[in-house]
Design a protein around this ligand. Structure first.
Ligand code: ADP
Length: 425
């Protein structure tokens, strides 16, 4: 039971999200009454002992269920921790008359096809894109495509199913692979599509910010020093502050604010990925949520506030304008999965932690479990965090720590018998 002045927040979590712990901790530190809602079907919710289980993929049904459960108990904010619930969060917040993004905007920030259309309508620089059904014939489409191109699902995140193709043969294979990923996730022609975009050359950055009535406050601009040229686009190193010039940084912030306006995003966190080339900044993606993985661990604002605390404070209507990041250079490396198999052992963690500047090494992939690299996979082996006087040192520390790690991955053992055949009687 919450006290009268304790603020209540409805928090929408995915069971597998890296972000849950940081948001829950932030809620605790701020003394909020957090109602956790987890993305699980009813049948599993009771088995797992979860009180509030709804399916984020069925927003109408989930919205009704949440409204029924809330009854006349007010909440001060509805927070989605990742992309999968941004639409549901905005629908529920709307029904409760809480400040939130319009559901249309939440959809545009979630569905890359809607996003591309909005950006083009508003003249925000973004790659040209075409949408195809899952059952389209790639060999036919391949003849009309401009190369190089990028094939990607309109939904999903973390670069899953995002593949560069340089010619019709590569295109046909890429399209098939992306289709398989969507089908394996239960998507159909009605619920998802495959985008084909012009490949945009350039360096890439990620902007972390927060919107208040459409005005963007930049919280951090990250450089991504590893080349992202495909065929797959695994995230590795992020460092901040950016090495780009003030003019370039301003142009990136302006482009992000314009992109937010084009989508209709007006409030809450934004995470944008942009490419920068001779023609200026281009939006690759803009999402109405904060940075993924455990990357926010390296960010600290004002007197030791986490990014999640800022987001929650903003959501409950507290001012956050004074919250600036300190002068330290910080960085994170998302450790990509080098090959598919069974993760048997991770060596060198202690050596990696001893590298000067390294502030943490977290191996998140469980031992003796199978691991899947991009484009099919959706997780990392872990994260390395570093801090220093300048970003060159931080980047070097991350690379040295990564070199110290050794991942023993064995090939999966294949069953010779057909595991789905019924036993003979
Ligand atoms: P996700 O939401 O799954 O991360 P994105 O659309 O952000 O998917 O793509 C993931 C990465 O793929 C980007 O960060 C970028 O490096 C690369 N990428 C995506 N689209 C393009 C494009 N049109 N041109 C060049 N690179 C791209």
């Amino acid at each position: 039971m919450s006290s009268n002045d304790q603020k209540r927040v409805l928090m929408l979590l995915s069971p597998q999200s890296y972000r849950n712990a940081a948001f829950l901790k932030a809620g605790e530190r701020l003394g909020l009454d957090v109602i956790q809602v987890v993305d699980v079907p009813d049948a599993l919710a009771s088995e797992w002992g979860i009180n509030n289980g709804v399916e984020f993929r069925k927003p109408e049904q989930a919205e009704k269920k949440l409204m029924d459960r809330l009854g006349s108990d007010p909440v001060n904010a509805v927070i989605s921790l990742d992309d999968s619930a941004t639409l549901l969060a905005s629908k529920v917040a709307h029904r409760l008359n809480l400040p939130s993004n319009d559901p249309e905007a939440a959809l545009a920030a979630r569905d890359k096809w809607v996003m591309r259309q909005r950006l083009h309508e508003h003249g925000v620089p973004a790659p040209l894109a075409w949408r195809h059904d899952l059952d389209a014939d790639p060999a036919t489409i391949a003849l009309d495509v401009r190369y190089p191109c990028v094939v990607k699902p309109n939904l999903l995140s973390g670069s899953r199913g995002v593949i560069r193709a340089n010619d019709p043969d590569e295109f046909t294979i890429a399209f098939e692979r992306t289709r398989q990923i969507l089908v394996s996730e239960g998507f159909t022609n009605e619920t998802a599509g495959i985008l084909v975009e012009d490949y945009l050359p350039g360096i890439e950055v990620a902007l972390e910010g927060i919107l208040s009535e459409g005005k963007l406050q930049v919280l951090a601009l990250f450089d991504k020093p590893d080349p992202l040229e495909g065929p797959f686009f695994e995230e590795t190193i992020y460092t901040t502050p950016s090495r780009l010039s003030d003019d370039e940084q301003r142009a990136i912030a302006t482009c992000t604010e314009e992109a937010s306006a084009a989508l209709g995003l007006r409030t809450g966190p934004v995470h944008a990925e942009l490419r920068l080339n001779d023609m200026g900044p281009w939006i690759i993606e803009i999402a109405g949520r904060s940075i993924g993985g455990l990357c926010s661990t390296i960010l600290e604002f004002g007197t030791g506030q986490s990014l999640e605390e800022l987001i929650l404070r903003h959501a409950i209507g507290e001012p956050i304008s004074g919250a600036e990041r300190g002068n330290d250079a910080v960085g994170v490396m998302m450790i990509p999965i080098p090959k598919a198999g069974m993760l048997r052992e991770v060596c060198g963690v202690e050596e990696a932690k001893q590298v000067p500047g390294v502030t943490g090494v977290e191996i998140s992939a469980p031992i003796n479990h199978s691991i899947v690299p991009l484009p099919e996979g959706s997780s990392y082996l872990g994260f390395i965090f570093a801090k220093g006087d300048n970003v060159d040192d931080v980047e070097a520390a991350l690379r040295e720590a990564h070199d110290a790690l050794e991942f023993r991955i064995s090939s999966q053992i294949r069953l010779t018998a057909d595991p789905v055949s019924p036993p003979s009687r």
